[in-house]
Design a protein around this ligand. Structure first.
Ligand code: C2E
Ligand code: CA
Ligand code: CA
Length: 628
């Protein structure tokens, strides 16, 4: 259609001129209606068609519209051909030989031009040509004049060749057009597929929220924008508390539905204020231009996510914690900003579960310290800088020390004394924890040669160790190579450590337990405390977390938890230790609920081997005598 439209103005232009010239040569000899009126009507018609074609050259028609127009064009060319034939045959009788020759010449070249101009529409070219050639050449033949007969012969031969060439060209042309259409279709399909891939690559298929990748690029683009416009923004990281427990307890299908509902609530809560994304697992992210009242905003999200979830006749309750960080001085790149929000989230999760926390200057200082600890740890001479302190555990019904807990101590050349809460956490972020554990275990086995044999010594195992078969094998072989009876050892593991990879942890504890070592569940009550797994573990002891002991005097809930844990350990035939005992009132309460094994500053702080040995000598003289 487009190729055809380009030729049409030219065709009408030539026709107008040629008809004009013939009218001129016949003006004196033929009637005016033939030389003026008919050509005049044609001119008006041709000029209107010319303008139409001129305009449509640039118009965008659908294939259907184009087909319709081209079909009507074939009809038009038929009518045209008829007009030209009738007009020229009517003019023919007028004038002398030159005028007649002019009409014949006019018809011959006009048909050729028409056929060439119509070559993109074979039907039109053929219809027009045949409609002119047949009657006009017949007319020339029947004139019975040798020159006119020869002229008709010339004309037919040339037109035959021309139509043949136009037909060949038309075939090539239509093949080219259909190939181009195919190519366009392929391109369109390719683009559709790549758009779809783009969408899939940026959308989380479970919740339909943007995914992690999309979140990071959104944060990047906000950072870029803020660099130019100086407009502030904040990002938030949201983590569901206790989601893993729901997943383990009720299965993945319930977990999935919970995530879908959480995503829906999140989208609802942030509507018009932020962009949300699912970062993976039970973690969500948001980017917001809000800079005022961000804490309130964060809290409203936590509240929306905290409402009970009704899934398949189940009612599930979980909470969500949120960490927020503003783009600014210390969080000026996308990764730094995400780190800051992550830190705030971590603080919210561990110090204020179910709430929103904003990254502050003091968080930044803590973070820097933790970076320094990370660095110092990488460079540390662990063997020489780390030692163990021991804290006794008393049986208050006899007043004697029944066991010790080994606690790591690190004295670094540049940073000084660093508490284990910091360096163990730092070490756990990397394989350094394996080295630290190995060094400390060797130290323990050496120190134990000096402790009475009837005193069990507890050693803390981190989650990373429990999850690493290589580290566990190293521990087993270190114990077997030492002269220490494994039955004198106890390993403390936290609930959260078990959750990293429960099956792996179960196997690791089985190995230790088979050696004869005892296993204690540390910080009980802080993690996910599901009874469903307690009985699967080869446990000997449960340690009540010191947070409950600390609150035992004032908080009825803490008291009830302690009572429940004591009851549970009695039922399961496990020993129960309360840690972090600091006051006589706590001792009295614990004793009243039947908890006799106590550990805490009230009795003794952790101390080096020498001082613990002196303590044992004072409190358990019998044990030392027995140890020889
Ligand atoms: P944990 O296993 O719960 O150890 C008990 C912590 O409570 C120790 O802190 C101990 O000093 C402290 N504590 C004992 N009695 C009291 C008390 O009456 N009041 C208060 N406020 N605290 C008391 P520490 O030594 O700072 O260790 C902190 C944590 O670091 C440990 O908690 C344990 O999770 C980890 N840790 C320590 N040593 C090791 C180790 O060798 N390996 C591993 N993996 N973790 C260790
Ligand atoms: Ca412990
Ligand atoms: Ca503990």
């Amino acid at each position: 259609m487009r190729a055809f439209s380009k030729q049409m103005p030219l065709l009408y232009f030539i026709l107008l001129f040629n008809i004009g010239f013939v009218s001129m040569t016949h003006f004196a000899v033929a009637p005016t209606w033939l030389t003026l009126s008919l050509p005049g009507i044609f001119a008006i018609f041709a000029i209107s068609r010319l303008t139409i074609w001129w305009r449509t050259q640039f118009a965008n028609f659908t294939p259907e519209q184009s087909a319709k127009r081209l079909k009507s064009t074939i009809l038009f060319s038929g009518i045209f051909g008829l007009f030209l034939t009738v007009w020229s045959l009517m003019l023919f009788p007028y004038g002398g030989a030159f005028e007649k020759a002019h009409v014949a010449f006019f018809m011959a070249i006009t048909t050729m031009v028409c056929v060439v101009c119509l070559m993109h529409l074979r039907g039109a070219a053929f219809l027009l040509a045949i409609q002119i050639i047949l009657p006009v050449s017949t007319y020339l033949f029947v004139q019975d004049q040798a020159v006119l007969t020869a002229l008709a012969g010339n004309w037919i031969v040339v037109m035959g060749a021309l139509l043949y060439m136009v037909s060949g060209h038309y075939d090539d042309f239509s093949t080219m057009v259909s190939q181009r259409v195919d190519l366009e279709n392929i391109n369109r399909e390719t683009k559709r597929l790549s758009d779809e891939n783009m969408k899939l690559a940026n959308i989380d298929s479970l919740t339909n929220l943007p995914n992690r990748r999309s979140f990071f690029s959104t944060v990047e683009s906000f950072v870029d924008r803020s660099e130019h416009t100086k407009m502030g923004f904040a990002i938030g990281l949201i983590d569901l508390d206790g989601f893993k427990a729901i997943n383990d307890l009720y299965g993945h299908s319930v977990g999935d539905q919970l995530l879908i509902e959480a995503a829906r609530r999140l989208s609802e809560a942030i509507k018009g204020k932020a962009i949300a994304a699912r970062l993976g697992g039970d973690e969500f992210g948001l980017v917001t231009s809000l800079t005022d009242d961000c804490a309130v905003f964060g809290l409203s999200i936590c509240e929306a996510l905290r409402m009970p979830y009704h899934i398949n006749e189940l009612t599930v309750e979980i909470s969500a914690s949120c960490g927020l960080a503003f783009y600014g001085q210390n969080c000026s790149t996308a990764p730094a900003l995400i780190d800051c929000a992550d830190y705030a989230l971590y603080q919210a999760k561990f110090h204020s579960t179910g709430n929103a926390m904003i990254f502050t200057e003091s968080h930044r200082q803590e973070m820097q310290l933790s970076h320094r600890v990370d660095q110092a740890l990488r460079l540390a001479d662990i063997k020489n800088e780390m030692t163990l302190h021991y804290q006794p555990i008393y049986d208050i019904s006899t007043g004697e020390i029944i066991s010790l807990e080994a606690l790591a101590r690190w004295n670094n050349a540049t940073l000084g004394q660093i508490p284990p809460s910091q360096f163990i956490t730092a070490a756990e972020r990397s394989p350094i924890i394996e080295k630290v554990t190995q060094v400390l275990l060797e130290r323990l086995l050496t120190d134990m040669k000096r402790f009475p044999e009837n005193l069990r010594v507890a050693f803390n195992l981190s989650s990373r160790i429990l999850a690493s078969p290589k580290a566990m094998l190293q521990i087993l072989s270190t114990i077997q190579k030492s002269d220490i009876d494994p039955r004198r050892l106890e390993f403390e593991v936290t609930e959260t450590a078990l959750l990293v990879d429960f099956d792996m942890a179960l196997r690791a504890l089985g190995l230790l337990s088979n050696l004869g070592a005892h296993i204690a569940l540390d910080d009980f009550g802080t993690g996910y405390s599901s009874l469903s797994y307690v009985h699967q573990l080869p446990l000997d002891k449960i340690k009540i977390d010191r947070r409950f002991v600390m609150n035992a005097q004032s908080d009825i809930k803490a008291q009830n938890i302690i009572k429940t844990i004591v009851g549970l350990s009695n039922d399961l035939n496990l020993k129960c230790v309360a840690e972090g005992v600091e006051t006589a009132e706590q001792v009295a309460f614990l004793e009243s609920v039947g908890c006799h094994l106590l550990q805490g500053y009230f009795y003794a702080r952790p101390g080096p081997t020498e001082s613990v040995l002196r303590l044992i000598e004072a409190e358990n003289p019998a044990a030392l005598i027995a140890a020889g």
